[in-house]
Design a protein around this ligand. Structure first.
Ligand code: URA
Length: 205
């Protein structure tokens, strides 16, 4: 457990944690990934957003949600009136998992062993940031935070108790919106995602 240092601050503890995570070998995903993509944002954030794992662009940039899913997230946050600069944004799994296909790297879902191995980092981030509300983007994040399998449709858009005593809020992953083939459904699901984010912020205030 990371505890804030006597001589310093939450910031010092967080920096030490991030530096330690840069060398993480708790699971094999560190071998093929470029780098650890740790969480970022103000440590006094009222809301923490948790995604699944970095994608191709995040792996190269070393920052969460900067690729296509990040663009969808940024647009939805803007429409929900949520300032990303005030959020702590992280992922359940901190290395990119992929299958090589020619020159491309195709996203692969992290398995339960990888999610469990990485949960320790997420717990430390939660302990330092102590957000009022932790928003799980998609089933992987929801599972990492609750320790159980979550059906998003049944539990989204309302507060749920987390095992660490905090409050969680479940919604879809932004990349889900990128995979919907029907344009009408995209608009409908995007609106729901925006509503979830708006309601989460109101709850966290
Ligand atoms: N998808 C995620 O879940 N996290 C990222 O950081 C990028 C894409």
């Amino acid at each position: 457990t990371v505890v804030p240092r006597k001589d310093g601050t939450i910031e010092a503890a967080w920096t030490a944690l991030r530096d330690e995570a840069a060398h993480c070998t708790r699971c094999p995903l560190c071998q093929a990934a470029t780098q650890t993509v740790f969480g970022e944002g103000p440590l006094d954030a009222a809301m923490m957003l948790v995604g699944e794992q970095p994608g191709d662009q995040e792996d190269l940039a070393g920052r969460p949600f900067v690729g296509p899913a990040g663009q969808v997230l940024d647009d939805a946050l803007a429409q929900a009136g949520v300032d990303r600069a005030r959020l702590y944004v992280t992922n359940a799994v901190k290395h990119f998992k992929f299958t090589p296909r020619g020159k491309r790297r195709i996203h692969a879902k992290p398995d339960s062993g990888e999610i469990s191995a990485c949960r320790w980092w997420l717990e430390q981030e939660s302990r330092l940031v102590r957000p009022k509300l932790t928003v799980a983007l998609g089933a992987t994040a929801a599972r990492a935070l609750t320790g159980r399998t979550v059906t998003i449709g049944r539990e989204r858009g309302r507060p749920i108790a987390l095992p660490d005593g905090g409050e969680g809020w479940i919604t879809v992953h932004p990349s889900y919106l990128l995979r919907i083939p029907d344009a009408g459904k995209v608009a409908e699901e995007t609106a729901r995602f925006i509503e979830d984010l708006k309601a989460a912020q109101a709850h966290a205030e």
